[in-house]
Design a protein around this ligand. Structure first.
Ligand code: MOS
Length: 739
């Protein structure tokens, strides 16, 4: 099905199943331990051996020699594959670093060997007996030091946000120089780790020249093609299966070393092999969100109308990596005739920087929305009012392009009302609750809405059950449930008559999960397949498909009503289709909007910050499942709070690695850190986005929330921290005056 005109009335609009708060249908498996993750697929292949990955102990240079003699003699060892035995292997989709092969070390903990043994303990013990000689080389590990030499580069996160090295509208410098009120500050954000619960893990088994990988991956079709290329095997001979994914956040968009080394290990050991990356390898071998240095300049008239806005961001990466696209939102969020956005990239020899939940916007809004708070204060304006004053209903870089639907102002107003914003004391450091300095802050949320081609197959059985098959993944987001809701709505069935099967490369290619495009795109693909199934059912029953009504488990036409399953009485009815999006998404700008409000307490004596309550108001098209959508948004809010207050990969700038490479040293918020969260969805539909009229919501929740936390800290203390995260050491020396 081609989607190139706005959606009209369709069966989804009935909202009998879609749009209802629905518990995740996989929830019972998750909570009873019966939804196996990749490493736990004990039943898929007999005689599984264990692979332990060895990471390079230097950050840059060459591997001179690997001595495996002692390791090979160790108990239980079946095979050892080293990087020196293979020429450098091809990279898969969006890989910046090479995953394996050859003697060059590009970054610390790059995989250099896999040791395969009967047990995990034997593999690990033997791995420590492998002797490696390196020829280390000098590397660049310090973003602040390398930033000066950074070059303007275009870049794309691979999932929607990106742009040119420099983009200009009007005359920024001239307008900024003439602006009656000017703001100019520089900020920094930290390297961050996805820190998903399930590490990257794969079981690989060969059958002749065919290989199957039970893995944990967000994008099955990307991974499928990439693994064929990396392993040098025709794509038809590779199968990927990833029905449950314990979190990804962008870290599992691409093939990583676990999959490659499970396949190589299995080939060498002539047995199925399972490989999980240890947490230090997750942090130093895979990808992370790159740190940034960002400068924001805003010029405005005295009444708070922005006349000039500039956002420049510098990040670092390996030679073939992309910049963090932290200026993306600034191209679209606020009006202003004179504009400049620019991205620069410095060469760093740290592990690969790549997509992490809302790449670009998450660190970009962390900075832009603090700058907006600072500018509002400079103008003597309320921060909510300042944002409303500078709303735009058209793309500010190309005013002929309207937004398909944009309700930022509605979100700001509703949020301010529900949160009690009018009670805020605009003067910082005024509110006290015992030892706590109390403050509230807010920020706008913005994330683009992307649409991706997505396919599905639907099969009707004689007992009226419908089975949906698509290679779409559920990364903890609720894909199983919204896909079942979609098929149930389309076929007039209750939810429990739909079976959803995901994550297998043998199924039709879907959008996959990334860039908050998965929910809307994959359900639109299921919609398209169900339209075809409805036609096929009508044809089998000998009724005109235009007259057929699918409701209550029946197909009705005129006076006739038959159970849906009757169409399959002589054999299953199957239909398959792919939704393809024309340039409808280019004619109008599709984005999602929101507003975050946060109250914090800062301990007057220790500088410890505690979040007290949070509210997000989101405008993101039709909400297919308010329950799982809320979970996505509150998860994003937790992650954004982490970015604001604690998450930071500590760079060892001498040896070139992330030193706090475990979950003890890399702190993420836990339940006790987030006491109260509320989410309100503004009631809206966007017929430009898809037949579902939905948009992405999985990343909107993280966008802007960190700035709302930072602005609340400022309101509480009067201390403006521009180097994130706001750990207590950055507040402590100024606390005595604040208290
Ligand atoms: Mo992408 S960072 O997995 O949404």
């Amino acid at each position: 099905m081609k989607f190139d005109t706005p959606a009209g009335q369709n069966p989804i609009d009935q909202l009998k199943v879609v749009g209802k708060p629905t518990s995740r249908i996989d929830g019972k498996y998750k909570t009873t331990g019966t939804a196996p993750y990749a490493y736990e697929r004990h039943d898929v292949a007999a005689n599984q051996a264990y692979g332990y990955v060895l990471g390079a102990g230097i950050a840059k240079g060459r591997v001179r020699r690997i001595d495996t003699a002692a390791a090979k003699r160790a108990p239980g060892v079946l095979a050892i594959v080293t990087t020196l035995e293979h020429p450098r292997m091809e990279r898969g989709m969006m890989n910046a670093a090479y995953l394996f092969g050859g003697d060059e070390v590009q970054h610390y903990h790059q995989a250099i060997a896999v040791v395969v043994a009967e047990t995990f303990e034997q593999a690990r013990a033997a791995a420590f007996l492998v002797q490696v000689d390196y020829a280390p080389a000098a590397g660049k590990f310090d973003l602040a030091a390398e930033a000066k030499g950074a070059k303007p580069v275009p870049g794309d996160s691979g999932e929607g946000s990106g742009g040119n090295g420099e983009e200009r509208v009007g005359d920024f410098e001239g307008a900024f120089a003439q602006a009656p009120v000017r703001f100019d500050e520089t900020y920094s954000t930290a390297d961050e780790s996805h820190a998903m619960m399930e590490p990257h893990a794969t079981i690989a088994a060969w059958d002749g020249d065919k290989v199957t990988l039970w893995t944990s991956n967000q994008m099955i079709a990307w991974g499928h093609g990439s693994l064929g290329k990396i392993l040098g095997v025709p794509k038809e001979n590779v199968r990927l299966d990833s029905p449950y994914v314990g979190g990804g956040f962008g870290g599992k968009l691409f093939v990583r070393a676990d999959a490659v080394l499970a396949a190589l290990g299995a080939k060498a050991a002539k047995r199925p092999v399972k490989v999980a990356l240890t947490r230090p390898l997750v942090m130093n071998n895979t990808t992370h969100r790159p740190a940034t240095i960002q400068r924001v300049r805003i010029g405005a008239t005295k009444d708070g109308t922005i006349t000039a806005i500039a956002h420049e961001s510098t990040s670092g990466n390996l030679p073939d990596g992309d910049p963090e696209t932290a200026v993306s939102q600034t191209k679209l969020l606020y009006a202003g005739a004179n504009r400049l956005t620019a991205m620069k990239l410095a060469h760093l020899d740290l592990p690969e920087g790549n997509a992490m939940r809302a790449p670009g916007e998450a660190p970009g809004l962390m900075v832009l929305e603090v700058a907006m708070d600072e500018m509002a204060e400079k103008l003597g304006m309320d921060p909510v009012e300042f944002r409303i004053r500078n709303d735009t209903q058209v793309d500010p870089q190309d005013p002929k392009r309207p937004f398909s639907h944009r309700d930022l102002v509605g979100c700001l107003k509703l949020g301010a009302e529900k949160f009690g914003w009018s009670k805020r004391n605009a003067k910082p450091g005024q509110v006290r609750d015992g030892q706590w300095l109390v403050g509230i802050g807010m920020a706008a949320a913005f994330r683009n809405n992307m649409v991706m081609k997505s396919g599905a197959r639907v099969r009707l059985a004689a007992d009226s059950t419908v089975t949906v098959e698509t290679d779409m993944t559920d990364i903890g987001t609720g894909s199983y449930t919204i896909i079942a809701q979609t098929a149930a709505e389309m076929m007039g069935l209750p939810l429990d008559k739909v079976v959803v099967r995901l994550g297998d490369s043998a199924f039709p290619v879907s959008s996959g999960s990334g860039g908050q495009f998965g929910g809307n795109s994959s359900t639109a693909g299921v919609y398209a397949a169900c339209v075809k199934l409805r036609e096929a059912v009508a044809q089998r029953l000998g009724i005109n498909s235009a007259d057929a009504v699918f409701a209550d488990g029946q197909v009705r036409a005129g006076n006739r009503a038959v159970p849906l399953g009757e169409a399959a009485s002589k054999g299953e009815v199957s239909a398959e289709d792919t939704i393809e999006f024309g340039d409808i998404s280019k004619k109008q700008q599709q984005s999602t909007f929101g507003a975050h409000f946060v109250e914090v307490g800062v301990d007057a004596y220790t500088g410890e910050t505690r979040v007290r309550r949070m509210l997000a108001v989101c405008a993101a098209g039709r909400i297919l499942n308010p329950k799982s959508a809320r979970s996505q948004v509150i998860g994003g809010m937790v992650m954004g709070t982490g970015a604001a207050l604690m998450e930071e990969l500590a760079v060892d700038t001498k040896r070139g690695f992330f030193a706090n490479h475990d979950l003890a040293g890399y702190e993420v918020p836990v339940h006790a850190d987030i006491p109260h969260q509320e989410v309100i969805f503004v009631d809206e539909v966007d017929p430009m986005s898809s037949p579902m009229k939905a948009k992405g919501v999985g990343e909107l929740g993280i966008c802007g929330v960190g700035a709302a936390v930072a602005n609340a800290v400022y309101n509480a203390t009067g201390i403006r921290v521009r180097d994130y995260p706001i750990t207590l050491d950055k507040l402590l020396d100024r606390m005595p005056e604040a208290a």
